[in-house]
Design a protein around this ligand. Structure first.
Ligand SMILES: Cc1cc2nc3c(=O)[nH]c(=O)nc-3n(C[C@H](O)[C@H](O)[C@H](O)COP(=O)(O)OP(=O)(O)OC[C@H]3O[C@@H](n4cnc5c(N)ncnc54)[C@H](O)[C@@H]3O)c2cc1C
Length: 350
């Protein structure tokens, strides 16, 4: 074991006996993922706090200062965010683990573009075909990384459910100037090969006897679609009932940005346990054809709906600002922190 601050260090991860090697300058989360340990995480930029762990022994530093997702009091009590923490000494940490996710193998695979469909104003539905002998063993809600030629990566949630083994579906929003999405919207062709790595992430649907509240902002619909299809298409008849309610709120700027709303409305017409509430943040936008929708920010619409949040398992995916608002406002309104699951769609680190 090494002890100097400028060199590599070893990190023991509790519970369990795994020790990983963290190269100098790398954050602890990245080293764990490289070692095949799928620790909880989402945004990788210190905002969402999904990778929160407890420092049992050793010293860390945050080269860019205390991350936004951690208060000074939490840091003083020993909480650390693994996506930002660099080891100054060998460490012992206690991390949250989701066993089923941890056991899945993270694979690097070639993926051929099978279909490209523009949906909504600035979203591309990208269908990928994986090698027939190498299926991706993922859970509803997880994401994958597209590996770019310059060594960088871009994260996208898987919108298809695990039981649909034919194609992997992604919903990619156009980010002006974006290294990957601009290429996808302007130059990508059916038949081209990408390289992907996955499955990743601990934002996964967990069976329970509680109703589910699902909140999406924009393409945050992607992992929610995987969850909805998983529940609606795989649910056993005896699992139906009030406890299995699925209340889905989908927020976007305009009606055109709710790119698959007719599909979800059709599901809810067939399955009375699913309700869908569209929420438009552009309060001036026309919404002539949009049935019973609300105006404002989606998390505020959920709060104003009067739902008793303490009864629900809550899954929220979308832009960091939405996730941050939910992370602070929902527990104050009664949501239980351990039943609140986030997927924060942060930009890839520069
Ligand atoms: C777990 C996870 C799941 C995700 N799932 C999806 C998904 O399903 N669908 C989806 O559309 N997106 C998703 N995202 C977000 C997506 O990965 C990023 O938006 C990604 O950076 C887009 O790549 P790009 O190459 O198109 O754009 P980038 O090259 O990454 O950048 C896009 C534009 O934003 C600017 N930019 C970069 N960083 C910042 C910043 N910090 N603040 C403001 N502007 C910035 C750049 O200059 C550029 O103009 C997810 C992110 C995470 C972490």
């Amino acid at each position: 074991m090494s002890t100097s601050s400028v060199s590599d260090h070893d990190v023991r991860i509790l519970p369990g006996e795994r020790v990983i090697h963290v190269p100098a300058g790398e954050n602890v989360l990245a080293a764990a993922l490289s070692a095949g340990i799928n620790l909880p995480h989402s945004c990788k930029s210190g905002h969402c706090a999904s990778c929160r762990a407890r420092l049992i022994a050793g010293q860390i530093e945050y080269p860019r200062g205390l991350p936004i997702g951690l208060t000074p009091a939490e840091a003083a009590a020993g909480a650390i965010l693994l996506c930002q923490a660099r080891a100054l000494t060998d460490l012992v940490i206690e991390a949250r683990r989701v066993r089923s996710v941890e056991q899945a193998e993270i694979k690097t695979l070639p993926a051929r573009i099978a279909r490209l469909e523009r949906v909504g104003t600035d979203v591309m539905r990208l269908m990928l075909r994986l090698p027939a002998v190498e299926p991706l063993d993922f859970q509803p809600g997880q994401y994958l990384d597209v590996l770019l030629e310059d060594g960088r990566r871009r994260s996208f949630s898987i919108a298809s459910p695990p039981h649909d083994r034919d194609l992997i579906e992604l919903h990619v929003r156009l980010s002006p100037g974006g290294g990957f999405s601009e290429w996808l919207f302007t130059a990508a062709k059916v038949g081209e090969l990408l390289k992907i790595e996955g499955p990743i992430g601990q934002f996964v649907y967990q069976e329970s006897d509680r109703p589910k509240l699902l909140v999406a902002g924009g393409t945050g619909f992607a992992p929610i679609k995987s969850i909805l299809r998983h529940v609606l298409e795989k649910r056993l008849p005896e699992m139906r009932g009030a406890a299995q309610r699925l209340d889905f709120f989908w927020g976007a700027r305009t009606a055109a940005d709710l790119y698959e709303l007719p599909l979800v409305i059709a599901w809810s017409a067939r399955d009375p346990e699913l309700t869908v509430t569209p929420v438009l943040s552009d309060t001036a936008a026309a919404a002539v054809d949009l049935p019973r929708h609300l105006r404002g920010l989606v998390h505020e619409a959920v709060l104003a709906s009067g739902r008793e949040l303490a009864r629900y398992d809550i899954y929220a995916a979308g832009p960091p600002a939405m996730i941050e608002a939910i992370r602070t406002d929902f527990p104050r309104a009664g949501a239980l922190s351990d039943r609140l699951f986030f997927d924060s769609f942060d930009y890839a680190p520069r």
